[in-house]
Design a protein around this ligand. Structure first.
Ligand code: PMP
Ligand code: GLU
Length: 395
């Protein structure tokens, strides 16, 4: 008896695979410095954790409406208006168990079998698999080192066919740290909107942005954008709340209502306690967000400086998120300590084995010429990891 099409087709998550490997090696007593998971090393801020404790003590432990508690959807509307210039009502917002569930649900309600979803590449590991789960087809538009990993309007136009249903945008982006300017986003999203294509704008790294760059939300560019763009965001990154599993979408009411119907039959509401904590995250003191971003910024500069001294590695300074995505084709040419490597999976395996540092192969994100280094880990670990890498590469 065979398993389903989905079971046969879906690849394991490269990011989760690496972090599981690091954890299991640690259990065996092997010290590996993990640069795999995109998970802030900070604790969830105390005011947010306290709100959750209060929710438990108050007995706020029952199912909530599938869409999320009104108080949280109102807080999300306030946030979207204040930060992003987006005017939504709570009926246009759905809260889910992580932004990952949000994008999955949206793709399921927007795409039929055979529809096409345009994904700028390099991309976050889960987009293509989510598209395939819906029976739709991922269509990649390539960004390169030369374009700072940005896709051009021309390449986007070329990728559009009569079957194109969705364009996925992710700025600031995982895995490259790319941040599109407002103008660029207006052009790219505008191309899609003009053709009636939906845009899923994954803005989960919105707050993790450097050099004073301003984040822009495509839905804010005008009414025609509001009708076609669905804005996705979450709490995992800005508030160090990965384990709480909470994300949300805001968009046209018919799309949001459909995702709520879908969620009615899958996970129902997101965790009630986490929802109360999320209200505090949005309405409470925001100081910790800035402190975390300042720390990420220090690490970003440090890693890029260390990497730039290594022969065979070239690296663009990320403008947002907490990843660097160095080009490692020089290492394929040079070899490592006498061993030839020709792809990102073998390179990552070799670096785990010989240097005890764990990165994620670029192939998981659509480029075998790169590896992803997450700097959502503390400075001591980063220094030690970079020392280990340098030692191996210069040996
Ligand atoms: N989008 C992007 C681009 C991500 O990197 C991630 C991973 N954290 C998510 C969505 C999902 O985040 P979460 O499910 O933790 O809210
Ligand atoms: N999104 C994070 C990452 O890219 C967390 C892992 C995941 O959800 O894939 O590492």
């Amino acid at each position: 008896m065979t398993l389903s099409r989905i079971a046969e087709e879906i690849k394991p998550s490269g990011t989760i695979k690496i972090s599981t490997k690091v954890k299991s090696m640690a259990r065996e007593g092997i010290s590996v410095i993990g640069f795999g998971m995109g998970e802030p090393d900070f604790n969830t801020p105390k005011n947010i954790a306290d709100a959750a404790i209060k929710a438990i003590k108050d007995g706020f432990t029952k199912y909530t409406p599938t869409s999320g508690i009104l108080e949280l959807r109102e807080a999300i509307c306030e946030k979207l208006l204040g930060d992003n210039g987006l005017k939504y009502s709570p009926t246009q917002v759905v809260v889910s168990s992580g932004a990952k569930q949000v994008t999955h649900n949206l793709i399921l309600v927007l795409c039929d079998s055979g529809d096409e979803v345009i994904i700028p590449s390099p991309y976050w590991v889960s987009y293509p698999e989510q598209v395939k789960m819906a029976g739709a087809r991922p269509v990649y538009v390539q960004g390169t080192d030369e374009t700072g990993f940005k896709v051009t309007p021309e390449s986007l136009k070329e990728a559009i066919t009569p079957r194109t249903k969705v364009l996925l945008l992710n700025s600031p982006g995982n895995p490259t740290g790319v941040v599109y300017t407002e103008e660029e986003l207006r052009t790219l999203a505008g191309i899609a909107v003009e053709k009636g294509i939906y845009v899923i704008s994954d803005e989960i790294y919105e707050k993790i942005i450097y050099d004073g760059i301003k984040h822009a939300s495509p839905a804010s560019f005008g009414d025609e954008f509001m009708n076609r763009v669905i804005t996705v965001n979450g709490f995992s990154k800005a508030y160090a709340m990965t384990g709480w599993r909470l994300g949300y979408a805001a968009g046209p009411e018919n799309v949001i209502k459909a995702t709520i119907r879908l969620q009615d039959h899958t996970t129902s509401c997101a965790n009630s306690i986490a929802q109360k904590a999320a209200v505090e995250a949005l309405r409470g003191d925001q100081t910790t967000v800035g402190l975390m971003v300042a720390e990420f910024d220090k690490r970003r500069r440090y890693i890029v400086e260390r990497l730039s001294k290594l022969e065979g590695i070239s690296c663009i300074m990320p403008k947002g998120a907490f990843y660097v995505f160095p080009n490692v084709t020089g290492l394929y040419r040079l070899g490592i300590a006498g061993t030839n490597v020709s792809d990102s999976t073998k390179l990552v395996d070799l670096l785990i084995e010989k240097a005890r540092v764990a990165f994620v192969p670029g192939v998981c994100f659509g480029s075998d010429d790169h590896i992803r280094i997450s700097f959502a880990t503390n400075m001591n670990q980063i220094e030690e990891g970079m020392d280990r890498l340098e030692e191996l590469l210069t040996s």
